[in-house]
Ligand binder design. Structure first.
Ligand code: CA
Length: 516
């Protein structure tokens, strides 16, 4: 018996040792084992500006291709709706308080375990192109070229493997060129690849490609139902933010009202005059005020935001086409997502941060031909925390025990996950800071959302998402919801325990931040 056990162990060890070699020699047979992984992530692209998600604002035919050929996640959420923190969560599969990036001011500690590092170790060729926004240099990538900080839309600088260089053109197009070049020329066909293509667009200050500057001039842009929200029925956190369409746009850069920035050259100035000159003139002639002014600002915001997305959509088409030409499409997992959602005039706001639906929700579209059912929709509660574990499982790489996300690979293949999570935990920290969204944590289930705002406020909000999907009426004090409130509070405490983020810890961070 012992001899056979020994032989079995030996045989398995030999097989395990030989497996990576077989994969390298036989890329065509790799399909089920180690798919290529192409992550296309934009910045601040709300799901409700994607036609596959039912956008009333725009059409995104290329992004929709991924939904048509794969799966749309109807309930994907982030754990902290702001740029750098979401990116750190995706890389590490760990919450902000553990990966260290609680807000945009902190540099990511690149010595941490990340899924790209683990894929690299497993034989993947790893590449990162585009926005990084984590201050420290990327780690775990064979090749990387990133935009410094937020990056520029026009003629952006890049840092390529540590060397700074400027590239001429429009940022989204340049990133597409780099990705296409990787897929068609730089990729090592004997190995699976991970390519992370991170767009800057459609981040503020929403500067479209010159060819899209007037794309929405004549478009019918419907108003969000909550554009004139007065925040009654909620805590003062919603009232006291600084991200309203009415009051907080910068005239010069957001609305493009003033003279163009000093650094524009004659050619750029001409483009600006052509695109924005008439809009500014219309504004000045009509002397808009009150409600009319808010409508005008909303329209200006949407024209540029949607204009930026038009180039992202074209980019997705170009990259998918290049993938098909390269012959790798059949064995490549493609995902389209954004680091968080965004308010598109909803509640009278732009930006993100709040745990309310528009910013909490991330678009997530995934395709892998032959494995993920085409045109499928999944409505389980998945998180950006789950991305890393999912990629690792698909690559056959063990998920480290300290990654807190859960692989949704089974969901991708149409399996029912009866014990999938019933609530998601959220924690936002960046306050006091730009936009002045107060610190809060909370949980969301299918029906409810419970939020606690803290720091210079101590306020609870409870929403019944079935009866009040716009989250306009806080029912925390409503006796009819007492039982639900108790159950949610218990679940919240449980999740804070599971993720190692008890309220005392949150308070400790507040004190640390007050000192820095
Ligand atoms: Ca973002």
């Amino acid at each position: 018996m012992k001899k056979w056990t020994f032989l079995l162990v030996l045989a398995l060890a030999v097989a395990a040792w030989m497996l990576p070699a077989c994969r390298r020699e036989k890329p065509a047979g790799r399909t089920a084992l180690q798919p290529n992984i192409l992550v296309i992530m934009s910045d601040d692209h709300a799901a409700h500006a994607i036609s596959a998600y039912g956008s009333r604002l725009n059409a995104t035919p290329q992004i929709d291709r991924i939904a048509r050929e794969g799966m749309l996640f109807a309930n994907c959420f982030c754990t902290n709706a702001i740029c750098a923190p979401s990116r750190a969560v995706i890389l590490t599969g760990r919450y902000s308080h553990l990966n260290g990036v609680r807000d945009n001011a902190v540099a990511f500690d690149g010595a941490q375990t990340t899924f790209p590092k683990l894929l690299q170790k497993a034989g993947y060729q790893t590449a990162l192109i585009g926005k990084w926004h984590l201050k420290s240099d990327p780690t775990g990538f064979d090749y990387w070229t990133v935009l410094p900080g937020q990056g520029e839309y026009y003629n952006p600088d890049f840092i390529e493997m540590g060397v700074r260089k400027r590239r001429e053109g429009y940022v989204t197009d340049i990133l597409s060129d780099l990705a296409v070049d990787f897929l068609e020329r730089s990729r090592d066909p004997s190995r699976p690849f991970l390519l992370m293509l991170h767009h800057k667009a459609p981040h503020r200050a929403w500067q479209p490609a010159p060819r899209h500057l007037n794309l929405f001039d004549e478009a019918d842009i419907p108003l969000p139902e909550t554009l004139f929200d007065d925040y009654s029925g909620r805590s003062r956190a919603a009232l006291e933010q600084e991200m309203s369409v009415k009051d907080h746009f910068r005239e010069e850069t957001d609305l493009k009202m003033g003279p163009p920035p000093e650094r524009l050259n004659a050619e750029q100035r001409e483009i600006w005059e052509k695109a924005y000159g008439p809009k500014r003139a219309a504004f000045l002639q009509k002397r808009l005020a009150g409600r009319e002014l808010v409508l005008w600002k909303y329209r200006r915001y949407m024209e540029d935001y949607l204009g930026c997305i038009a180039a992202v959509d074209e980019s997705v088409g170009r990259v998918l086409d290049a993938l098909e030409r390269s012959g790798a499409s059949e064995n490549t997992l493609v995902i389209y997502t954004s680091d968080q959602g965004f308010f598109l005039g909803d509640h009278g706001w732009y930006d993100k941060r709040f745990m309310y639906e528009e910013s909490l929700r991330m678009p997530l579209l995934v395709k892998l031909p032959g494995s993920i059912p085409a045109g499928s929709v999944n409505d389980e509660l998945v998180l950006n925390l789950d991305f890393g574990p999912t990629f690792l499982e698909l690559a056959g790489v063990p998920v480290p025990a300290d990654m807190q996300g859960r692989s949704f690979a089974g969901l991708l293949f149409g399996q029912k996950a009866g014990d999938w999570r019933k609530a998601v935990y959220y924690h936002y920290y960046e306050y006091p800071a730009v936009h002045m969204v107060k610190r809060h944590y909370g949980i969301r289930t299918r029906q409810f959302k419970l939020i606690h705002f803290y720091h210079d406020i101590d306020a609870w909000e409870l929403y019944d998402l079935e009866k009040d999907p716009e989250e306009l009426m806080n029912v925390y004090e409503d006796p009819a919801y007492l039982e639900a409130r108790r159950e949610l509070a218990a679940e919240l405490l449980k999740l804070q325990g599971v993720y190692g983020d008890p309220p005392e810890l949150a308070r400790k961070f507040v004190h640390e931040d007050l000192k820095r």
